[in-house]
Structures are given as C-alpha cells and as structure tokens.
Write a protein of this length. Structure first.
Length: 140
C-alpha cells in the first residue's frame, strides 16, 4: 500500500518523470523511507488532516443531497528515492532548489509554506525531513 503524501494549499510543481523535494516537520517521513523505496499517492487539500477529508461539500437538488464533494484532490503517484534529515537552516541548497512548490525554493518562501501547512512558525533549528521523490504519474 502507498503512503499518502499530502500538500496543504499548494499543488505539486513537478512534471511526470522529474524529481521534486518536499520538506516535512519532524522525522516521520525519514523513518518511513529509510532503506527501501516507498511509493506515495499525491494529494492536495485546503486543510491538514489524516484519514477521510473533513471538508465535505453537499451538493443539493430540490433540497436533497445528490452528491458529496471533498476538497482532497488526487494528484498522481511518486516514488520516494531518498530522504535528508536535519535542522531546517541546514537544508542543502541543492535540495531547496528542487522544492516541489515553486514559491518554496528560497528559505524564506519555504518558511511561509511550512507555516501555512503546520499552522505555526517553524524555527530554523527545528528538525525537518526533506523527502526526495521521482514523480511517476500526474493525475488530471
Ligand atoms: Zn482533505
């Protein structure tokens, strides 16, 4: 089974067949991915969450619910090909340059994106994992 790799309020700016990097707080992804190749399903949502999407919109017709639409959008598949783990300010510039969100390819832009995703400022000395992946599929 693939892990779910979710972006909060941003898409994946990585073409099929190209390599991207995403930076996540803490060690969870480093532990998941060390020593073996991990497949991931790429998702995007407006809200951080695990499991079923809490942002469900009910589509009604004549007062009756005819469909439910969630905000989670499936964006395709990738294979994790490596991880780097350490303090945010030590993130290697070459990995920063591959950030999968274009606006996060500077440390300042990355800090803003992390704040958006985690709901608080992330300190330069906090430990993060950079997940390096090869994108195998882009979903429409
Ligand atoms: Zn969701």
């Amino acid at each position: 089974m693939n892990w779910q790799l979710k972006n909060i309020r941003h898409d994946f700016d990585v073409a099929e067949g190209d390599v991207g990097v995403t930076v996540r707080l803490g060690r969870k992804w480093a532990n998941r991915c060390t020593g073996h190749i991990v497949g991931v399903d790429l998702w995007e949502c407006d809200k951080p969450h695990e499991g079923p999407c809490p942002l469900v919109e009910k589509i009604r017709e004549d007062g009756e619910v005819i469909a439910e639409v969630t905000h989670c959008k499936y964006r395709g598949k990738a294979k994790v090909i490596g991880v780097w783990y350490g303090e945010l300010h030590r993130l290697p510039p070459a990995l920063l340059a591959l950030e999968h969100e274009k606006s996060s390819r500077t440390l300042d832009g990355l800090r803003k994106s992390l704040k958006r995703g985690y709901g608080r400022e992330i300190g330069d000395d906090e430990e993060v994992t950079a997940v390096i992946y090869y994108r195998t599929e882009v979903a429409d």
